[in-house]
Ligand binder design. Structure first.
Ligand code: SAH
Length: 339
């Protein structure tokens, strides 16, 4: 079993990660122990590094962008000029498989680097015990400021509120929606702009693919009257409902397992941070959820998929009114053209 020190090491925030000075102790592997592979990579190389790690650690990867501290170091903003940390995990039940995966991943990363991509750091390997898991990932989420007023505060952190702050308390658990992903941030920033323009206060709002509930909760805090979050993933439904309670929004925010169509009367604002292919597929259903004059904020669109999404929206009777971009990601605001 790994020592408490090792577990603590695994819980250090990004940036503090040192390349593993010594090989991990394969004897410490076993059930309940995970091997964390992590690599610091320039934003441009992140996709390729994630893809490489996924091939060897098929459980998927997480990407943690670099943060710059603000507000007397009580908060953080994303810094895209510094490397992000890509992490992947291997179950510790098969030491031989782990050894092979590390070797192969390390080789593949060497090839990537030789390929001339932007800087990629060394492969760092650490052990994480399942029992320490919750703490390990928690340490990676700072208080995050988005836009001018929104503050995402993980429940285990403190935030000194500034005048005008709209603070969301969030425990994402295993659901998507920490505010760390550019697609979520784009949506939050656009939502804030819509709120400034008076489109959120008093509105009925639908959040399609609510994940942790982050967007619906932001809309609720910005004054929406009635909200529904839908997500096919039961973990997301549970997380959204818990987060609604945490933010005192249980009465206004209902959460349901499922998707569109909801069968509810049309909404004034529809939020959909999905991926391009889903937006294309769901476009007619999203449009059908909108009342005349309603707005759709659609996010999760990788740069080169914009055309397809715009086409699907046009076919569904939606007109794109505004576009927000961050790195390679886009969010589109669309209006329902009156029939
Ligand atoms: N709204 C959150 C989470 C976005 S991730 C945020 O902005 O951060 C996308 C979410 O869409 C996931 O929780 C996923 O479970 C959900 N999803 C996947 N397929 C879907 C579908 N067909 N309809 C609605 N939601 C879907």
């Amino acid at each position: 079993m790994p020592s408490a020190d090792r577990a603590k090491q695994a819980a250090e925030p990004a940036g503090a990660a040192e390349p593993s000075a010594e090989p991990i102790d394969l004897g410490a592997l076993g059930p309940g122990v995970w091997v964390e592979l992590s690599v610091a990579a320039d934003i441009e190389a992140v996709e390729a590094v994630s893809e490489t790690l996924t091939r060897h650690a098929p459980g998927g990867t997480s990407v943690e962008p670099a943060f710059g501290l603000v507000d007397e170091e009580l908060g953080a903003v994303i810094d895209t000029s510094r490397p992000a940390i890509v992490r992947a995990y291997l179950p510790g039940v098969d030491p031989a498989g782990v050894r092979l995966a590390i070797e192969e991943a390390s080789k593949a990363l060497g090839h990537l680097q030789a390929f001339g991509l932007r800087p990629i750091g060394d492969l760092t390997v650490r052990l994480v015990r399942e029992a320490d898991w919750a703490e390990a990932w928690r340490s990676h989420f700072p208080v995050l400021r988005v836009g001018r007023r929104l503050v995402i505060r993980p429940t285990w952190r403190r935030h000194r509120r500034q005048p005008g702050d709209v603070v969301l308390s969030l425990d994402p658990g295993m659901a998507f929606g920490t505010g760390l992903h550019p697609t979520t941030r784009l949506c939050l920033a656009a939502l804030e702009t819509l709120a400034d323009e008076g489109f959120v206060k008093g509105a009925r709002v639908l959040d399609v693919g609510c994940g942790s509930g982050i967007l619906a909760i932001a809309a609720g805090k910005l004054g929406a009257r009635e909200l529904l979050g839908v997500d096919p993933d039961p973990i997301a439904v549970e997380a959204s409902a818990a987060n609604a309670r945490l933010n005192g929004l249980s009465r206004r925010l209902a959460v349901r397992r499922g998707s569109v169509p909801t069968g509810e009367p049309p909404y004034q604002l529809v939020l959909a941070n999905l991926i391009a292919s889903l937006l294309v597929q769901l476009a007619p259903h999203l449009a059908a959820e909108m009342a005349p004059g309603a707005r759709l904020l659609a996010s999760g669109i990788f740069r080169d998929r914009e055309g397809e999404v715009r086409e699907a929206f046009a076919s569904a009777g939606l007109t794109v009114a505004r576009r927000w971009a961050e790195d390679d990601w886009l969010a589109l605001e669309a209006l329902l053209v009156a029939a």
